[in-house]
Design a protein around this ligand. Structure first.
Ligand code: FES
Length: 133
């Protein structure tokens, strides 16, 4: 019996050029709303719903490796989905991201399932894609 885990499948989400630097883009990923966020530290994917109320995170402010919910101001770490400030206390799912292609043709691909941070998982942060941002 093998203890290796299957690699997540990746789904094409958008072109990198469609995501503004320091901003985000709402995409539909097989029926799930996901915010693709482009920062100086990489490209991240986080479910596009605040865990405090059903508000789009893609409409919030991006600062460093965080996105701030526009309604009550909770900030979420884009690497883990964890809330850094109140009132939110529950993490938002994040997804591994990878970039494919070059230049204007670069495509953002997102894992089809969220990163597993449960005990026993070896995930530390959701991987950020970091090519030429
Ligand atoms: S709805 Fe996002 S912090 Fe309240």
């Amino acid at each position: 019996m093998s203890d290796s885990k299957a690699l997540p499948e990746f789904i094409e989400a958008c072109r990198l050029a469609d995501v503004p630097p320091g901003g985000s883009l709402k995409v539909d990923l097989a029926g799930t709303a996901v915010a693709i966020v482009r920062t100086a530290e990489g490209v991240f994917a986080i479910r596009d719903a605040c865990s405090h109320a059903d508000v789009l995170l893609s409409e919030g402010e991006v600062e460093g490796c965080t996105i701030e919910c526009w309604l009550h101001g909770s900030q979420f770490d884009l690497r883990t989905g964890s809330p850094l400030t109140l009132p939110a206390v529950v993490a938002v799912p994040v997804y591994e991201v990878r970039l494919r292609g070059e230049g204007d043709a670069t495509v953002v691909e997102v894992a089809s399932s969220p990163t597993d941070f449960s005990p026993g998982s070896n995930a530390v942060t959701s991987q950020a894609a970091t090519e030429e941002l």
